[in-house]
Design a protein around this ligand. Structure first.
Ligand SMILES: C[S@@+](CC[C@H](N)C(=O)[O-])C[C@H]1O[C@@H](n2cnc3c(N)ncnc32)[C@H](O)[C@@H]1O
Length: 226
């Protein structure tokens, strides 16, 4: 990863006309592998300046040769840049790609045993005032992502819907709405499936399908996608 001061070069190199190499809309592999495919598929210029705005320990970039500036609010993650993605200490129009994987589901089912608190930022809380969801954090982030991206730059967001307190939380719809209002064009959606759904023996009666997928959403800072 790199320091904030090295990410301001102007990048104008256009990619050569690409051969058609289809990207599947359903993915059951690793995020890191999919992300590399997305980085080869969507940007119009070879992406040099990449910001991961919720980097955690950098799992997305394991085995990647990409230089990525990783930001996180949690000092335990030892990010390149410590801070909030809702107020980025970065120059406007300076990134080709922003990646965002916000905090999501409260620990549920067997996953309660896992270290999700540290891995996924679940220390974050949402109260009844914010409807037990993290959607209120999306508008300030997308506004900042839009500012730091160059024209035609892309935003990749991994996002999960979930059921909380017997209510379906439509996180991906809230995110699309916030990003569109910030000026992004919503361009694509890839469904990522997990090995199995989250099950908890406390849930005696199911009223919702058990979530076994999340989304990778693709946005462009442009009035059109292509
Ligand atoms: C779902 S995890 C990201 C996991 C990461 N993509 C990975 O694969 O390792 C969410 C991360 O967002 C961070 N986070 C939560 N609120 C934040 C904020 N306001 N600004 C920046 N990072 C934040 C958490 O500390 C956590 O590391």
């Amino acid at each position: 990863m790199r320091s904030a001061s090295t990410v301001v070069k102007v990048q104008t190199e256009l990619l050569p006309p690409r051969q058609y190499d289809p990207l599947p809309s359903i993915w059951d592999g690793e995020d890191s592998e999919l992300l590399e495919k997305m980085l080869q598929f969507y940007p119009k210029v070879e992406p040099r300046n990449i910001l991961d705005a919720t980097v955690n320990s950098g799992r997305f970039w394991r085995n990647s040769s990409r230089e990525v500036l990783g930001l996180d609010i949690n000092p335990q993650c030892r990010p390149d840049l410590l801070g909030t993605s809702q107020s980025l200490p970065l120059k406007s129009n300076s990134f080709d790609v922003v990646v965002y994987d916000p905090p999501h589901v409260p620990n549920q089912g067997k996953d309660r045993q896992k270290d999700f608190g540290i891995r996924f930022g679940l220390g974050a809380k949402s109260s009844i005032e914010t409807n037990y969801s993290f959607s209120y954090t999306y508008p300030p982030f997308v506004s900042e992502a839009h500012r730091v991206l160059r024209h035609d730059g892309v935003l990749f967001c991994k996002i999960t819907d979930y059921v909380h307190n017997h209510k379906f939380q439509w996180a991906h719809i809230d995110f699309i709405q916030a990003a569109t209002e910030a000026g992004f064009h919503a361009c694509d959606c890839i469904i990522k499936i997990r090995k199995g759904p989250i099950i908890d023996t406390r849930w005696k009666v199911a009223h919702h399908a058990r979530k076994q997928h999340c989304y990778w959403l693709v946005f462009r800072k442009s009035h059109r996608c292509e």
